[in-house]
Design a protein around this ligand. Structure first.
Ligand code: F3S
Length: 423
Protein backbone atom coordinates (compact mmCIF):
# COMPACT_ATOMS: atom_id res chain seq x y z
CA UNK A 1 0.00 0.00 0.00
CA UNK A 2 1.14 3.56 -0.78
CA UNK A 3 1.90 6.04 1.95
CA UNK A 4 -0.40 9.07 1.48
CA UNK A 5 1.83 12.11 1.10
CA UNK A 6 0.31 15.45 2.13
CA UNK A 7 1.78 18.86 1.30
CA UNK A 8 2.34 21.24 4.23
CA UNK A 9 -0.79 23.15 3.20
CA UNK A 10 -2.88 19.95 3.13
CA UNK A 11 -1.49 18.89 6.50
CA UNK A 12 -2.47 22.28 7.94
CA UNK A 13 -6.07 21.84 6.74
CA UNK A 14 -6.10 18.40 8.34
CA UNK A 15 -4.79 19.89 11.58
CA UNK A 16 -7.65 22.40 11.70
CA UNK A 17 -5.90 25.58 10.49
CA UNK A 18 -9.08 26.70 8.69
CA UNK A 19 -11.59 25.56 11.29
CA UNK A 20 -13.56 22.40 12.08
CA UNK A 21 -15.68 22.37 8.89
CA UNK A 22 -12.63 22.25 6.61
CA UNK A 23 -10.88 19.85 8.98
CA UNK A 24 -13.87 17.46 8.81
CA UNK A 25 -13.77 17.63 5.00
CA UNK A 26 -10.02 16.94 4.92
CA UNK A 27 -10.48 13.98 7.27
CA UNK A 28 -12.99 12.45 4.81
CA UNK A 29 -10.75 12.98 1.77
CA UNK A 30 -7.63 11.68 3.57
CA UNK A 31 -9.43 8.67 5.05
CA UNK A 32 -10.66 7.64 1.60
CA UNK A 33 -7.15 8.14 0.22
CA UNK A 34 -5.68 5.86 2.90
CA UNK A 35 -8.37 3.20 2.42
CA UNK A 36 -7.80 3.07 -1.34
CA UNK A 37 -4.01 3.35 -1.21
CA UNK A 38 -3.63 6.80 -2.83
CA UNK A 39 -0.11 8.25 -2.84
CA UNK A 40 -1.22 11.90 -2.90
CA UNK A 41 -4.14 14.27 -3.28
CA UNK A 42 -4.84 16.00 -6.60
CA UNK A 43 -6.48 19.40 -7.16
CA UNK A 44 -9.94 19.19 -8.72
CA UNK A 45 -11.55 21.49 -11.28
CA UNK A 46 -15.10 21.01 -9.98
CA UNK A 47 -17.34 18.94 -7.75
CA UNK A 48 -20.84 17.64 -8.21
CA UNK A 49 -22.83 16.65 -5.17
CA UNK A 50 -25.60 14.04 -5.10
CA UNK A 51 -28.01 13.16 -2.27
CA UNK A 52 -29.87 16.48 -2.45
CA UNK A 53 -33.51 15.35 -2.31
CA UNK A 54 -35.14 15.63 1.10
CA UNK A 55 -36.93 12.41 0.15
CA UNK A 56 -33.58 10.60 0.52
CA UNK A 57 -31.82 12.82 3.09
CA UNK A 58 -34.57 13.11 5.70
CA UNK A 59 -34.18 15.15 8.87
CA UNK A 60 -30.87 13.54 9.87
CA UNK A 61 -29.27 14.48 6.55
CA UNK A 62 -30.55 18.06 6.81
CA UNK A 63 -29.11 18.41 10.33
CA UNK A 64 -25.74 17.03 9.16
CA UNK A 65 -25.54 19.63 6.39
CA UNK A 66 -26.58 22.48 8.67
CA UNK A 67 -23.92 21.53 11.20
CA UNK A 68 -21.23 21.38 8.52
CA UNK A 69 -22.26 24.84 7.23
CA UNK A 70 -22.23 26.20 10.83
CA UNK A 71 -18.65 24.92 11.19
CA UNK A 72 -17.59 27.22 8.37
CA UNK A 73 -17.25 24.72 5.52
CA UNK A 74 -17.21 26.51 2.15
CA UNK A 75 -16.61 25.13 -1.36
CA UNK A 76 -13.36 26.38 -2.92
CA UNK A 77 -14.01 25.09 -6.46
CA UNK A 78 -17.07 25.24 -8.75
CA UNK A 79 -19.59 22.88 -7.24
CA UNK A 80 -23.09 21.98 -8.40
CA UNK A 81 -25.94 19.96 -6.98
CA UNK A 82 -27.86 17.01 -8.31
CA UNK A 83 -31.64 17.40 -8.72
CA UNK A 84 -33.74 17.78 -5.58
CA UNK A 85 -37.28 16.57 -4.93
CA UNK A 86 -39.17 19.47 -6.56
CA UNK A 87 -38.79 22.64 -8.57
CA UNK A 88 -37.79 25.54 -6.29
CA UNK A 89 -40.00 28.21 -7.83
CA UNK A 90 -43.04 26.17 -8.88
CA UNK A 91 -43.60 23.50 -6.23
CA UNK A 92 -47.13 24.69 -5.40
CA UNK A 93 -48.16 24.78 -9.06
CA UNK A 94 -46.80 21.23 -9.56
CA UNK A 95 -48.77 19.90 -6.57
CA UNK A 96 -46.06 19.46 -3.89
CA UNK A 97 -47.06 19.89 -0.22
CA UNK A 98 -45.48 22.45 2.11
CA UNK A 99 -44.51 19.55 4.44
CA UNK A 100 -42.11 18.37 1.75
CA UNK A 101 -41.19 21.72 0.20
CA UNK A 102 -40.08 23.54 3.35
CA UNK A 103 -37.43 21.05 4.55
CA UNK A 104 -36.33 20.57 0.91
CA UNK A 105 -35.70 24.32 0.62
CA UNK A 106 -33.83 24.19 3.96
CA UNK A 107 -31.50 21.57 2.44
CA UNK A 108 -30.73 23.89 -0.47
CA UNK A 109 -30.16 26.79 1.93
CA UNK A 110 -27.57 24.71 3.85
CA UNK A 111 -25.77 23.95 0.58
CA UNK A 112 -25.99 27.61 -0.46
CA UNK A 113 -24.33 28.64 2.82
CA UNK A 114 -21.49 26.27 1.90
CA UNK A 115 -20.99 28.17 -1.36
CA UNK A 116 -22.61 25.66 -3.70
CA UNK A 117 -24.33 27.05 -6.75
CA UNK A 118 -28.11 26.53 -6.65
CA UNK A 119 -27.98 24.87 -10.04
CA UNK A 120 -29.56 21.47 -9.60
CA UNK A 121 -28.85 19.16 -12.47
CA UNK A 122 -27.39 15.77 -13.28
CA UNK A 123 -25.91 17.14 -16.54
CA UNK A 124 -23.40 19.74 -15.32
CA UNK A 125 -21.34 18.93 -18.42
CA UNK A 126 -23.98 20.75 -20.51
CA UNK A 127 -23.32 23.99 -18.65
CA UNK A 128 -21.83 26.50 -21.14
CA UNK A 129 -18.35 27.57 -20.06
CA UNK A 130 -17.95 24.66 -17.63
CA UNK A 131 -17.49 21.57 -19.82
CA UNK A 132 -14.67 19.52 -18.21
CA UNK A 133 -11.54 19.15 -20.28
CA UNK A 134 -9.62 16.00 -21.01
CA UNK A 135 -7.29 15.04 -18.15
CA UNK A 136 -8.90 17.36 -15.57
CA UNK A 137 -9.54 15.80 -12.17
CA UNK A 138 -13.07 16.12 -10.80
CA UNK A 139 -15.00 14.87 -7.78
CA UNK A 140 -18.43 14.09 -9.15
CA UNK A 141 -21.07 11.97 -7.48
CA UNK A 142 -23.91 11.58 -9.98
CA UNK A 143 -23.16 8.26 -11.66
CA UNK A 144 -24.48 9.23 -15.12
CA UNK A 145 -22.40 12.43 -15.10
CA UNK A 146 -19.34 10.48 -13.93
CA UNK A 147 -19.71 8.10 -16.89
CA UNK A 148 -20.09 10.99 -19.35
CA UNK A 149 -17.19 13.03 -17.95
CA UNK A 150 -14.80 10.07 -17.84
CA UNK A 151 -15.80 8.47 -21.11
CA UNK A 152 -16.92 11.15 -23.55
CA UNK A 153 -14.81 14.05 -22.25
CA UNK A 154 -11.76 12.17 -20.97
CA UNK A 155 -11.86 13.90 -17.59
CA UNK A 156 -11.06 11.85 -14.47
CA UNK A 157 -13.40 11.18 -11.58
CA UNK A 158 -14.35 8.33 -9.32
CA UNK A 159 -17.98 7.64 -8.48
CA UNK A 160 -17.98 9.79 -5.37
CA UNK A 161 -20.61 9.57 -2.65
CA UNK A 162 -22.52 12.76 -1.73
CA UNK A 163 -20.44 13.49 1.43
CA UNK A 164 -17.09 12.69 -0.22
CA UNK A 165 -17.85 14.95 -3.21
CA UNK A 166 -18.86 17.73 -0.82
CA UNK A 167 -15.70 17.20 1.23
CA UNK A 168 -13.61 17.39 -1.97
CA UNK A 169 -15.35 20.66 -2.93
CA UNK A 170 -14.51 22.12 0.49
CA UNK A 171 -10.81 21.25 0.32
CA UNK A 172 -10.49 21.57 -3.49
CA UNK A 173 -8.81 18.18 -3.77
CA UNK A 174 -9.52 14.49 -4.01
CA UNK A 175 -7.41 11.41 -3.39
CA UNK A 176 -5.46 10.15 -6.39
CA UNK A 177 -6.77 6.60 -6.86
CA UNK A 178 -9.24 4.67 -9.02
CA UNK A 179 -10.17 6.37 -12.30
CA UNK A 180 -7.67 9.19 -11.67
CA UNK A 181 -4.90 6.72 -12.58
CA UNK A 182 -4.04 5.49 -16.10
CA UNK A 183 -3.87 1.82 -15.18
CA UNK A 184 -7.48 1.76 -13.94
CA UNK A 185 -8.78 3.29 -17.17
CA UNK A 186 -7.95 0.24 -19.26
CA UNK A 187 -10.84 -1.92 -20.42
CA UNK A 188 -11.90 -5.12 -18.68
CA UNK A 189 -14.56 -6.00 -21.28
CA UNK A 190 -14.83 -5.69 -25.08
CA UNK A 191 -18.38 -5.37 -26.42
CA UNK A 192 -19.43 -5.93 -30.02
CA UNK A 193 -22.92 -4.90 -31.11
CA UNK A 194 -24.28 -6.92 -34.03
CA UNK A 195 -27.56 -5.02 -34.55
CA UNK A 196 -28.62 -1.48 -35.43
CA UNK A 197 -29.12 1.06 -32.63
CA UNK A 198 -31.30 3.90 -33.89
CA UNK A 199 -32.72 5.75 -30.89
CA UNK A 200 -31.81 7.09 -27.48
CA UNK A 201 -33.98 4.30 -26.01
CA UNK A 202 -31.92 1.69 -27.91
CA UNK A 203 -28.75 3.06 -26.29
CA UNK A 204 -30.45 2.80 -22.89
CA UNK A 205 -31.36 -0.82 -23.62
CA UNK A 206 -27.73 -1.52 -24.60
CA UNK A 207 -26.56 0.03 -21.32
CA UNK A 208 -28.90 -2.26 -19.39
CA UNK A 209 -27.58 -5.40 -21.11
CA UNK A 210 -23.91 -4.51 -20.76
CA UNK A 211 -24.15 -2.97 -17.28
CA UNK A 212 -25.74 -6.10 -15.85
CA UNK A 213 -22.95 -8.26 -17.25
CA UNK A 214 -19.85 -6.19 -16.54
CA UNK A 215 -20.95 -4.64 -13.21
CA UNK A 216 -18.08 -2.29 -12.24
CA UNK A 217 -15.87 -3.04 -15.26
CA UNK A 218 -14.44 -0.66 -17.86
CA UNK A 219 -16.10 -1.23 -21.23
CA UNK A 220 -14.52 -0.96 -24.70
CA UNK A 221 -17.19 -0.83 -27.42
CA UNK A 222 -15.43 -2.15 -30.50
CA UNK A 223 -17.93 -1.09 -33.19
CA UNK A 224 -20.41 1.35 -31.64
CA UNK A 225 -19.16 4.44 -33.49
CA UNK A 226 -21.13 3.41 -36.59
CA UNK A 227 -24.37 4.17 -34.70
CA UNK A 228 -23.22 7.59 -33.57
CA UNK A 229 -23.02 10.87 -35.49
CA UNK A 230 -19.86 12.88 -34.77
CA UNK A 231 -19.86 14.81 -31.49
CA UNK A 232 -20.57 18.51 -32.11
CA UNK A 233 -17.87 21.07 -31.33
CA UNK A 234 -20.14 22.58 -28.68
CA UNK A 235 -21.78 19.75 -26.74
CA UNK A 236 -23.81 21.99 -24.45
CA UNK A 237 -26.88 22.07 -26.70
CA UNK A 238 -27.03 18.27 -26.87
CA UNK A 239 -27.95 16.56 -30.13
CA UNK A 240 -28.24 12.94 -31.23
CA UNK A 241 -24.67 11.94 -30.30
CA UNK A 242 -24.66 13.66 -26.90
CA UNK A 243 -28.15 12.44 -26.05
CA UNK A 244 -27.39 8.82 -26.96
CA UNK A 245 -24.14 8.86 -25.00
CA UNK A 246 -25.55 10.45 -21.86
CA UNK A 247 -28.31 7.83 -21.91
CA UNK A 248 -25.85 4.99 -22.46
CA UNK A 249 -23.66 6.14 -19.55
CA UNK A 250 -26.66 6.55 -17.24
CA UNK A 251 -27.92 3.07 -18.05
CA UNK A 252 -24.49 1.40 -17.72
CA UNK A 253 -24.10 3.07 -14.33
CA UNK A 254 -27.61 2.23 -13.13
CA UNK A 255 -27.75 -1.43 -14.16
CA UNK A 256 -24.07 -2.05 -13.46
CA UNK A 257 -21.65 0.27 -11.73
CA UNK A 258 -19.81 1.38 -14.86
CA UNK A 259 -17.96 4.68 -14.49
CA UNK A 260 -15.95 4.57 -17.72
CA UNK A 261 -16.47 3.26 -21.23
CA UNK A 262 -14.50 3.72 -24.42
CA UNK A 263 -15.75 3.65 -28.01
CA UNK A 264 -13.18 2.61 -30.60
CA UNK A 265 -12.26 5.49 -32.90
CA UNK A 266 -14.64 7.86 -31.13
CA UNK A 267 -14.07 8.68 -27.43
CA UNK A 268 -10.82 10.55 -26.70
CA UNK A 269 -8.74 7.85 -25.03
CA UNK A 270 -9.84 5.12 -27.46
CA UNK A 271 -9.19 7.39 -30.45
CA UNK A 272 -5.59 7.81 -29.30
CA UNK A 273 -4.72 4.46 -27.76
CA UNK A 274 -6.95 2.04 -29.71
CA UNK A 275 -6.71 -1.56 -28.57
CA UNK A 276 -3.74 -0.86 -26.29
CA UNK A 277 -6.47 0.26 -23.89
CA UNK A 278 -7.54 -3.38 -23.49
CA UNK A 279 -6.31 -5.45 -20.60
CA UNK A 280 -4.80 -8.79 -21.61
CA UNK A 281 -7.56 -10.63 -19.75
CA UNK A 282 -10.44 -8.51 -21.16
CA UNK A 283 -13.59 -10.57 -21.70
CA UNK A 284 -15.65 -10.38 -24.92
CA UNK A 285 -19.41 -9.93 -25.15
CA UNK A 286 -21.68 -9.79 -28.19
CA UNK A 287 -25.02 -7.97 -28.10
CA UNK A 288 -27.61 -8.87 -30.74
CA UNK A 289 -31.13 -7.77 -31.63
CA UNK A 290 -32.81 -10.41 -29.50
CA UNK A 291 -30.86 -9.12 -26.44
CA UNK A 292 -32.20 -5.63 -27.20
CA UNK A 293 -35.78 -6.95 -27.50
CA UNK A 294 -35.42 -8.81 -24.22
CA UNK A 295 -34.17 -5.64 -22.52
CA UNK A 296 -37.18 -3.66 -23.81
CA UNK A 297 -39.53 -6.35 -22.53
CA UNK A 298 -37.85 -6.40 -19.11
CA UNK A 299 -38.27 -2.62 -18.73
CA UNK A 300 -41.97 -2.74 -19.65
CA UNK A 301 -44.73 -3.57 -17.23
CA UNK A 302 -47.11 -5.29 -19.66
CA UNK A 303 -50.16 -4.72 -17.43
CA UNK A 304 -49.97 -0.94 -17.65
CA UNK A 305 -52.21 0.71 -20.23
CA UNK A 306 -53.25 4.03 -18.63
CA UNK A 307 -50.34 6.42 -18.19
CA UNK A 308 -50.40 9.01 -15.37
CA UNK A 309 -47.15 10.73 -16.34
CA UNK A 310 -44.83 10.79 -19.32
CA UNK A 311 -41.29 11.50 -18.18
CA UNK A 312 -38.62 12.73 -20.61
CA UNK A 313 -35.21 13.98 -19.48
CA UNK A 314 -33.17 11.37 -17.61
CA UNK A 315 -30.37 12.42 -17.59
CA UNK A 316 -31.72 15.96 -17.72
CA UNK A 317 -32.96 16.88 -21.18
CA UNK A 318 -30.68 18.78 -23.52
CA UNK A 319 -31.85 21.72 -25.58
CA UNK A 320 -32.05 19.41 -28.61
CA UNK A 321 -34.34 17.00 -26.76
CA UNK A 322 -36.64 19.82 -25.63
CA UNK A 323 -36.84 21.01 -29.24
CA UNK A 324 -37.85 17.49 -30.35
CA UNK A 325 -40.64 17.35 -27.75
CA UNK A 326 -41.88 20.81 -28.74
CA UNK A 327 -41.93 19.77 -32.40
CA UNK A 328 -44.02 16.70 -31.62
CA UNK A 329 -46.66 18.30 -29.35
CA UNK A 330 -46.97 21.64 -31.18
CA UNK A 331 -50.66 22.49 -31.56
CA UNK A 332 -51.93 19.37 -29.71
CA UNK A 333 -53.67 19.01 -26.35
CA UNK A 334 -52.17 16.29 -24.10
CA UNK A 335 -54.44 13.80 -22.32
CA UNK A 336 -51.99 13.05 -19.51
CA UNK A 337 -49.21 14.78 -17.60
CA UNK A 338 -45.90 15.29 -19.39
CA UNK A 339 -42.75 16.39 -17.56
CA UNK A 340 -39.61 17.27 -19.46
CA UNK A 341 -37.03 17.50 -16.68
CA UNK A 342 -33.98 19.64 -17.30
CA UNK A 343 -31.48 22.07 -15.82
CA UNK A 344 -32.65 25.60 -15.08
CA UNK A 345 -30.23 27.21 -17.54
CA UNK A 346 -31.35 24.80 -20.28
CA UNK A 347 -34.97 25.69 -19.63
CA UNK A 348 -34.09 29.38 -19.91
CA UNK A 349 -32.43 28.74 -23.27
CA UNK A 350 -35.42 26.65 -24.42
CA UNK A 351 -37.82 29.39 -23.28
CA UNK A 352 -35.90 31.93 -25.34
CA UNK A 353 -36.40 29.67 -28.40
CA UNK A 354 -40.18 29.46 -27.70
CA UNK A 355 -40.11 25.67 -27.05
CA UNK A 356 -41.20 25.88 -23.39
CA UNK A 357 -44.31 27.85 -24.38
CA UNK A 358 -45.23 25.29 -27.06
CA UNK A 359 -44.91 22.37 -24.62
CA UNK A 360 -46.78 24.18 -21.84
CA UNK A 361 -49.58 25.29 -24.18
CA UNK A 362 -50.09 21.61 -25.03
CA UNK A 363 -50.44 20.91 -21.29
CA UNK A 364 -46.92 19.60 -20.59
CA UNK A 365 -44.39 21.05 -18.17
CA UNK A 366 -40.70 21.75 -18.61
CA UNK A 367 -39.58 21.18 -15.04
CA UNK A 368 -36.24 22.35 -13.63
CA UNK A 369 -34.28 21.35 -10.49
CA UNK A 370 -35.81 17.88 -10.10
CA UNK A 371 -36.58 14.58 -11.84
CA UNK A 372 -39.16 11.84 -11.61
CA UNK A 373 -36.89 9.51 -9.64
CA UNK A 374 -36.19 11.93 -6.77
CA UNK A 375 -39.63 13.61 -6.66
CA UNK A 376 -42.29 12.07 -4.38
CA UNK A 377 -44.46 10.78 -7.26
CA UNK A 378 -46.94 8.75 -5.20
CA UNK A 379 -47.79 11.86 -3.17
CA UNK A 380 -48.65 13.54 -6.49
CA UNK A 381 -51.10 10.73 -7.33
CA UNK A 382 -48.85 9.17 -10.00
CA UNK A 383 -48.95 5.38 -10.26
CA UNK A 384 -47.74 4.72 -13.79
CA UNK A 385 -45.28 6.46 -16.06
CA UNK A 386 -43.90 6.15 -19.56
CA UNK A 387 -40.29 7.02 -20.31
CA UNK A 388 -37.58 6.68 -22.95
CA UNK A 389 -34.91 6.60 -20.21
CA UNK A 390 -33.55 3.23 -19.14
CA UNK A 391 -32.30 4.74 -15.87
CA UNK A 392 -35.80 5.92 -14.95
CA UNK A 393 -37.09 2.45 -15.84
CA UNK A 394 -34.47 1.01 -13.48
CA UNK A 395 -35.19 3.18 -10.43
CA UNK A 396 -38.77 4.51 -10.65
CA UNK A 397 -40.45 1.23 -9.58
CA UNK A 398 -38.32 0.84 -6.43
CA UNK A 399 -37.70 4.53 -5.55
CA UNK A 400 -41.10 5.94 -6.46
CA UNK A 401 -43.43 2.93 -6.33
CA UNK A 402 -44.73 3.39 -9.88
CA UNK A 403 -45.20 1.01 -12.80
CA UNK A 404 -43.25 1.78 -15.96
CA UNK A 405 -43.63 1.63 -19.71
CA UNK A 406 -40.39 2.04 -21.65
CA UNK A 407 -40.08 2.96 -25.33
CA UNK A 408 -38.89 5.50 -27.84
CA UNK A 409 -39.45 9.24 -27.49
CA UNK A 410 -42.20 9.04 -30.12
CA UNK A 411 -43.99 6.19 -28.30
CA UNK A 412 -43.84 8.15 -25.03
CA UNK A 413 -45.15 11.36 -26.59
CA UNK A 414 -47.89 9.40 -28.34
CA UNK A 415 -48.88 8.13 -24.88
CA UNK A 416 -48.95 11.75 -23.65
CA UNK A 417 -51.41 12.56 -26.47
CA UNK A 418 -53.71 9.61 -25.90
CA UNK A 419 -53.22 8.94 -22.18
CA UNK A 420 -52.59 5.27 -23.03
CA UNK A 421 -49.65 3.09 -23.96
CA UNK A 422 -50.15 1.67 -27.42
CA UNK A 423 -46.73 0.00 -27.69
FE1 F3S B 1 -30.71 12.64 -13.53
FE2 F3S B 1 -32.73 11.90 -12.07
FE3 F3S B 1 -32.04 10.48 -14.16
S1 F3S B 1 -30.81 12.68 -11.32
S2 F3S B 1 -29.84 10.77 -14.34
S3 F3S B 1 -32.81 12.59 -14.19
S4 F3S B 1 -32.64 9.67 -12.18
Amino acid sequence: MNFLHLTPEEQALLDGAEGPGVQRAMEIVVTLGRIYGAGALVPIASAHISGVSYKNLGEAGLEFLRRWADEGARARVDAWLNPMGMEAARWRELGFSADFAEPQLAVIEAFRRMGLKPLLTCTPYLLPGHVPRRGQHLAWAESSAVAFANSVLGARTNREGGPSALAAAIVGRTADYGYHLDENRRATHVVEVSCPLRTVADFGALGRIVGRQVEGGVVYFADLARWLPPLPQDITRGGEAVDRLKTLGASLAAYGAVALFHIAGYTPEAADAGETLLRAEAQRLIVNSSDIETAYAAMNDAEVQDIDLVSIGCPHASLAEIAQVADFVRGWRLRTRLWVTTARHTREQAAAEGWVRIIEEAGGRVVADTCTVVAPLRALGIRSLATNAAKTACYAPSHSGVQVRFGTLEQCLQAALSGRWDG
